[in-house]
Design a binder for this molecule. Sequence first.
Ligand code: 6LW
Length: 510
Amino acid sequence: MPTFRNPVLPGCHPDPSVCRVGADYYLVTSSFAYYPGLPLFHSRDLVRWRQLGHVLNRPGQLPLHGLDVSDGVWAPTVRHHDGTFYVVSTVAVNRQGSRTFVVTADDPAGPWSDPVPLEAEGIDPSLFFDDDGRCWFTACRDALDGGGPGELWMRELDLDRLQLVGPTHVLWHGAVRGAWVEAPHLYKRDGVYHLIAAEGGTERNHSVTAARSRDVTGPYVTDPRSPLLTHRHRGSGEPIHNVGHVDLVDTPEGETWAVALGVRPVEGTHTLGREVFLVPVEWTAQGPVFAPETGGVRLTERLPLVPGHAPGDEPLAAGRVDFARQAPGLEWSSLRGPVTHLVRPTPDGLAIQATPEPLTSTGVPAFIARRQQHVRFHARTRLSFPATHPGQEAGLAVFQNQDQHATLALTVDETGTPQAVLTVREAGQSTRLAATPLPPGEALLAVEGDEAGYTFRARHSDTGDWTDLATVERPFFSTERAGGFVGVHLGLYATGAGRALVRWFDYQPG
Ligand code: 6LW
């Protein structure tokens, strides 16, 4: 039986939502404080996804300044109705929804409208288009009447005015009740409304639960089989954990598949973030059965019955980016806003204008980064940075968040001698781990990761051998250690003053 490898989107791509238009599938994920916001992917087979763009890609569309990396744009839903694409999402501040919005587009590649604010409490908004053309908005919030810690609620969305209208319906408090019920999506099957949600929190107890109703506004009755999908009960040998937050899509071939988030821990911690897994679903009289053969998410799964698979296609953006010929592609992001005024392609490479804003701030540093997508990888870059003062630095960053990262920087010491310095940041403190002198001119900086750690190396570009500076243990960069909702990004940055010139950046799995 032909198979594919999960995750279908490796690296930090949390909270997936999917819809289909004809033979085309579209998927969006959370982007937190990374900019541009809400990456949008296209696929014809649900397995190979290519990024089309971002839903939020104009400055001023979303205020992210001052936010922790794990706040920002959370848990979007994408739907298509009557020729229009809709995305609803929330900007979270201090781990709570602060503003919910809807954006629309005729073409998912954009342009997307500016966000239209919706008067909605909570997080994880979703849209459901009923057969009669009415659109129902659902989300989760703190429970008002004590039925559970959280509740799912609904209002109608007026599609002409893009405003919530009519009464609020409280739909459900969840099946498990131990933690917030969240990530609601509504589906209709044979006249029954199925409300699918996540419970237990996005960590080890994550799970998929369900309720159903004959009427869209309820009452919803708990599906007694809940949880319908979880790995919460599996041991440490299980390669995939934290499974939940699903969205379902029907294929023209008559199958249903779910996209789910999950993580791949190594000895209890994960660094790649929450990734997108594809799970077969079978509809029965009882409702959806997830992964009917095994009851779990698998690293190797049978291919969906869709035409046009070309096995071997590598959808990942791996390899060397030669910045003298290529601008950074869609896989590169900045923090909290655009950096086009600081990071510019030139005929000689990518120029990064250093600014006083450090990586430890919650502003917009001179920094661009891409996801780490494999536990075993290497990243290398060739750059020059004529520093004249120890406060000026430019180089490579392994970035989990503004308070949990490592930098391998080109700078100078007090006497003006060029050197590469490895620094780690945690709990408000920066610790210098190692340094090595380098002749002036271009340098190569490298980081190699595996199950044990991240090893940092530096070398003068033309002469000499690599110098190993130090290895930082892998769990240092894990979500378990750092907290929050994101995975590691690998980036290029410059702080202080001066201009770095980056010739190329190379990311390789394995
Ligand atoms: C997301 C929610 C969640 O909105 O984490 O715990 C939030 N679960 O579903 C951020 O990804």
